[in-house]
Design a protein. Structure first.
Length: 330
């Protein structure tokens, strides 16, 4: 039933997207801060304990509710719970408005406005970026956001759904990704910094959890884009940076649409002592700074990225529909 849960969650999210300051995201930030404040004592085992409380506990709770609803009220109600979980963990509208606003500004020739929007989205210094670099960074941040908000969640939910653990996969992926960024950002806050042990545990766990989803996203982009070029870029990047999940996604994107990605990483403008009220920005891995082959980024590439992402969604849904049909007929 994972196909129907994902389908309805995507449709609902398109019609009624989550507000930027919705209660679930606010609760997630508060819960992550509570876990670090109460369990992070600086030791390595304390870091893993805090991560377990912040990530694994909500994941187990989500699947526990799923099983309880299935046993007490039937599978249709359990599917409704899966839709609810996916609605809060999966969706384009959680980031797509940033992409659209910057694209519209570039289409109108207002590069200064585009720089302001990019800086506000990612909290970086974009004041001196030329037009092609604005486009490049928008592509990179948007592709990684699509991976983390959509395709990564789809992968974890679908894989664990085969074992009856679908909701746990969605929560595990999003919470793991969220705390790895949130605690890194909180480390800049002198009032409640996250310890190095806690940040290290969160980063290692996130890298492990994202290993398969990153490669699944890259493969989907290759299938719906220029397959040979995407695989070639992916292979070349993997040879140089074998542990870079974000780089795998960006390399496949570069080859799929023949655009040059990578280069200088923008400097963060988040200052110590700040306590942002919104979700932490997407981070591009430091290993992903080497430029890939391809054409210079242009505004026209933004439309190609949109097409690439939506074709990948269609590919995912077709595969899930076929698997669901085979299961029903078998």
């Amino acid at each position: 039933m994972s196909f129907f849960a994902i389908l309805f969650a995507l449709l609902i999210e398109q019609v009624r997207p989550l507000a930027p300051h919705n209660p679930i995201h606010s609760f997630s930030r508060g819960y992550a801060r509570w876990a670090s404040r109460n369990f992070d004592a600086g030791g390595r085992h304390h870091g893993w304990l805090a991560w377990t409380v912040a990530v694994l506990l909500p994941s187990l709770l989500a699947v526990g509710i799923h099983w309880a609803l299935a046993l007490l009220l039937g599978w249709p109600v359990a599917v409704l719970w899966s839709i609810c979980v996916l609605y809060f963990t999966l969706g384009f509208r959680q980031f797509s408005h940033h992409f659209t606003d910057i694209r519209d500004a570039l289409d109108a020739g207002d590069e200064e406005r585009a720089r302001e929007l990019l800086a506000g989205w990612q909290r970086v210094d974009a004041s001196e970026l030329p037009r092609s670099e604005i486009v490049r960074h928008v592509i990179e941040y948007s592709v990684l956001a699509a991976h983390r908000h959509v395709f990564g969640v789809l992968t974890c939910f679908s894989v664990l759904a085969a074992f009856g653990l679908g909701p746990a996969g969605a929560v595990l992926y999003r919470m793991s990704e969220f705390v790895s960024r949130h605690w890194h950002l909180r480390s800049l806050d002198d009032t409640q910094p996250a310890s190095a042990a806690l940040q290290g545990a969160a980063i290692r766990a996130w890298h492990l959890i994202d290993w398969l989803p990153a490669r699944t996203t890259a493969l989907a982009f290759a299938v719906v884009g220029s397959f040979e070029d995407a695989i070639d870029c992916w292979r070349n990047h993997a040879q140089r940076f074998p542990h870079d999940n974000d780089g795998v996604v960006l390399a496949a994107t570069s080859g799929a649409v023949n655009v040059r990605l990578g280069g200088a990483v923008l400097k963060s403008i988040v200052q110590p002592g700040t306590s942002p009220s919104q979700e932490p920005p997407v981070e591009v891995a430091q290993e992903s700074i080497e430029s890939t082959p391809g054409r210079q980024p242009e505004v026209a590439h933004l439309a190609q990225i949109v097409g690439l992402v939506w074709r990948s969604v269609v590919l995912w849904m077709v595969l899930l529909a076929l698997l669901t049909l085979a299961r029903l007929l078998g």
